[in-house]
Design a protein around this ligand. Structure first.
Ligand code: NDP
Length: 262
């Protein structure tokens, strides 16, 4: 039984390690998970079918392609319009979005989150904003440019660019931009970030593989901080349940947490 992650680039992905370790530990001995670097997103589902995969994850920049090409879309992926997990069942490719529920699970550590500010307006911001909306959590989007705000306005989610933004009181601020991933930039001008942090209890960055300037600053100012590691593990654990029908989420995510540290 073959599974894969599609992306470009994809060599850095931890998903093969997380899934293969957990397949082995839970006795799925004929299951194997690999990486596929795709050049053309239009070929994603054809490639999936040609290789007779049983399931796949999809990462940047192909989640919208996967959404368009799956035979059927289930759950929040319909509204997010992006798919990060594909399962082959009854001769059909079925698309899901587990980033959204992975994020929600990861903020259970925070008490009483009722109002959230999301910085960034890309695919990850959509998955998080739609998940929060379905949990009746009041959400605002802040992005450096206006172009990507139309989706959120249409979904009934408050959204501003840097020029229009006025900070309110938030429980949680989430950086979903890639600022700080390969440079030392903040996701918005320092005055805006300082203003946001003085109105917020918790800071979260979806980046997980390095301490970003955003979280470093939040930490210095005494906010409770969290990086994207749990989100990564939880979205993978939900995908694993879809791939294998193994029902114990906590067992899967604990194994993946352990694998992450190896
Ligand atoms: P997209 O390219 O879809 O969106 C990026 C957004 O960030 C855009 O709104 C863009 O603004 C903004 N942006 C990018 N660079 C900057 C910058 N330097 N300053 C300010 N704004 C910026 O990316 P994704 O949403 O798909 O992914 C974003 C991040 O989330 C990636 O780092 C990815 O690795 C991470 N991720 C983590 C996951 C996890 O499980 N932990 C899961 C999924 C993603 P504009 O519209 O103006 O271009």
């Amino acid at each position: 039984m073959l599974f894969a992650i599609y992306g470009n680039p994809v060599s850095h992905s931890k998903s093969p390690h997380l899934h293969n370790f957990t397949f082995l530990k839970l006795g799925f001995l004929d299951y194997c998970y690999t990486r596929i670097k795709l050049e053309n997103g239009n070929e994603l589902v054809d490639n999936f079918k040609k290789l007779k995969l049983l399931g796949a994850n999809v990462t940047v920049p192909f989640k919208e392609d996967a959404f368009r090409q799956c035979d059927e879309i289930v759950g929040l992926a319909k509204e997010i319009k992006a798919v990060n997990t594909i399962v082959y069942k009854n001769n059909k490719t079925i698309g899901y979005n587990t980033d959204s529920i992975g994020f929600l699970k990861s903020i259970e550590d925070f008490d009483d989150v009722k109002k959230v500010l999301i910085i960034g307006a890309g695919g990850t911001a959509k998955a998080i904003a739609i998940a929060l909306k379905h949990n009746n959590i009041q959400t605002t989007i802040l992005n450096r440019s206006k172009e990507k705000l139309a989706y959120f306005k249409e979904a009934g989610i408050k959204s501003d660019d840097w020029n229009d933004f006025k900070a309110e009181d938030y429980d949680l601020v989430v950086n979903t931009t890639s600022a700080g991933l390969s440079d030392d930039s903040l996701p918005a001008p320092i005055e805006i970030i300082n203003n946001i942090f003085s109105h917020t209890k918790y800071a979260y960055d979806v980046i997980y593989n390095k301490p970003t300037p955003f979280l470093t600053k939040a930490n210095e100012l005494g906010l409770t901080c969290k990086n994207g590691k749990d989100m990564l593990i939880f979205q993978a654990a939900f995908a694993f349940m879809l791939f294998s029908d193994y029902p114990e989420f906590n067992r899967i995510s604990n194994l993946m947490k352990y694998a992450m540290e190896l």
